[in-house]
Design a protein around this ligand. Structure first.
Ligand SMILES: Cc1cc2nc3c(=O)[nH]c(=O)nc-3n(C[C@H](O)[C@H](O)[C@H](O)COP(=O)(O)OP(=O)(O)OC[C@H]3O[C@@H](n4cnc5c(N)ncnc54)[C@H](O)[C@@H]3O)c2cc1C
Length: 443
């Protein structure tokens, strides 16, 4: 049976690798040249996810363990220092090395790669996806796995009858500038990995990570911005972070990261989305590599159970059920917490941090965070209600906080009610209810 992976996203390559090893004929079509895969920077992810996708650990020289991060609110009053236990520490690796590692393993397992081949959209027959259109011609397959990232042209080109909404939505993606500058001073830096929430009162985050030779700057906003604004912001951070030099050493790109609930439908006839095209990042922090690897195993197992290769919505639905049950439902409720950050004023956020409503424990979010147990120190929306009622005296802020709890409760209950088997009317009804809960106003 023939499988196409559109785009060389992490989850797509991982699924390709597992499926080729199991005997499927799998080809990945990627727009970049092999030597240009990935961005010019390092990424952090949970190494256990490599194992989940059947990849061995890379050579020890290729990774190091990540430092704990320190979070600050807009006013920089209170430092929230993470304390992640050693056995839960994530690894830091060059993105190019991650790609070299997984592409090498996938090739060994029999995956074919066509590089420098931009995908233009799906080839459809009625409601079924039967292949992809590319700049090198059309290619057909029994199943198309969409790993083309947040702006996937395959997802965008699906007929509306597939029921997959390709719009990412407002405040659901981070516009990011990332650059590595020289390290301007040799002075010891207390907080080597600093994350600033709403710095200068602007909706977004910034991080300044001081490494041995460079200082890694990330500016992320919910609205697009240009290089002049990125440079102005870098200058702002330099005032309180003298290690941040002016000479650009690496990176310097603008990119997007999805920070929202997972796609409401991951599959349709002949099609399955994975990775950023399915919004599989942790909505608050934007980590998506480990989740994509884990999802790859779920997808491959679902595909392998479809012995006659129908790859219909019906047979692929199990992938969606598995994904939501293991990760997606938790991320959908975390998306409410992310949304809360967009309705707080900078002063309100400082108040919550300064008064311990948001504390260091809450910031121990990593790529393995899949539920609310570490967020706002509450296991359920009710815990959160109890906690904020005791501390938050301001009525407007209390209303927003309670709105978050109410919305999370609605999202948790709707994701729990996802149909376990595919029956179109039930699935359509569920998608409507899911989107209604997600679109509930917080204020
Ligand atoms: C600045 C930044 C920092 C990040 N840091 C981390 C981190 O530390 N840890 C972490 O876990 N995650 C991190 N992420 C998120 C992570 O990159 C993604 O969530 C993860 O890679 C999964 O996305 P993906 O591989 O599916 O999509 P992408 O990374 O977008 O990959 C899509 C692939 O498809 C290809 N493609 C796109 N369009 C086409 C087309 N038309 N035709 C053919 N090919 C196409 C692209 O070239 C690319 O190879 C970060 C993201 C950004 C932007």
């Amino acid at each position: 049976m023939k499988i196409i992976v559109a785009g060389g996203g992490h989850g797509g390559i991982a699924a390709a690798s597992i499926l080729a090893k199991r005997g499927y004929d799998v080809t990945v079509y990627e727009k970049n040249a092999e030597k240009d895969m990935g961005y010019d920077w390092t990424d952090i992810f949970a190494p256990s996810a490599l194992d989940a996708a059947g990849f061995p650990m890379p050579d020890k020289s290729k990774y190091s363990y990540k430092e704990n991060m320190t979070f600050y609110g807009p006013g920089f009053h209170t430092a929230l220092r993470q304390n992640i236990p050693e056995d839960k520490l994530e690894i830091k690796m060059e993105r190019a090395d991650i790609y070299a590692h997984i592409i090498g393993c996938a090739k060994e397992n029999g995956v074919k790669f066509v590089f420098e081949c931009p995908v233009l959209g799906p080839v459809t027959l009625g409601t079924r996806v039967v292949g992809i259109k590319t700049e090198k011609g059309d290619f057909y397959a029994d199943l198309v796995i969409d790993a083309c990232g947040i702006d996937s042209p395959v997802k965008r080109g699906l007929p509306s009858s597939c029921g997959i909404n390709p719009e990412t939505g407002k405040n659901n993606q981070f516009y990011v500038y990332r650059a590595f500058y020289d390290r301007a001073t040799d002075d010891e830096v207390e907080d080597k990995y600093k994350v600033c929430l709403f710095a200068e009162g602007k909706l977004g985050i910034g991080w300044i990570a001081t490494e041995e030779d460079v200082t890694d700057l990330l500016v992320g906003r919910f609205e697009p911005f240009d290089l002049a604004e990125a440079e102005r912001t870098a200058e702002y951070y330099r005032q309180s972070n003298p290690s941040l030099g002016k000479k650009l050493k690496r990176g310097g790109q603008f990119v997007k990261i999805p920070v929202r609930q997972p796609l409401s439908k991951l599959v349709c006839d002949g099609y399955a989305a994975i990775g950023d095209s399915a919004y599989m990042t942790v909505p608050i922090i934007g980590s998506g590599i480990a989740n994509s690897f884990k999802a790859a195993k779920m997808l491959a197992d679902t595909v392998s159970k479809d012995y006659d290769g129908a790859f219909s919505s019906d047979s692929l639905w199990e992938y969606q059920v598995k994904y939501y049950s293991a990760l997606g439902s938790g991320f959908a409720s975390l998306a409410c917490v992310k949304e809360a950050l967009t309705v707080f004023t900078p002063d309100e956020l400082d108040y919550l941090i300064d008064n311990g409503v948001i504390n260091a424990g809450d910031m121990s979010i990593d790529a393995d965070t899949t539920d609310l147990s570490s967020i706002l120190s509450g296991k359920t929306p009710d815990d959160i209600k109890k906690k904020v009622r005791g501390v938050v005296k301001d009525k407007a802020l209390l209303k927003k906080m309670l709105g978050v709890g109410k919305k999370m409760a609605a999202v948790i209950s709707v994701t729990a009610a996802m149909p376990k088997r595919y029956y179109k009317p039930d699935v359509d009804r569920w998608v409507k209810n899911y989107e209604k809960a997600i679109n509930m106003s917080l204020v």
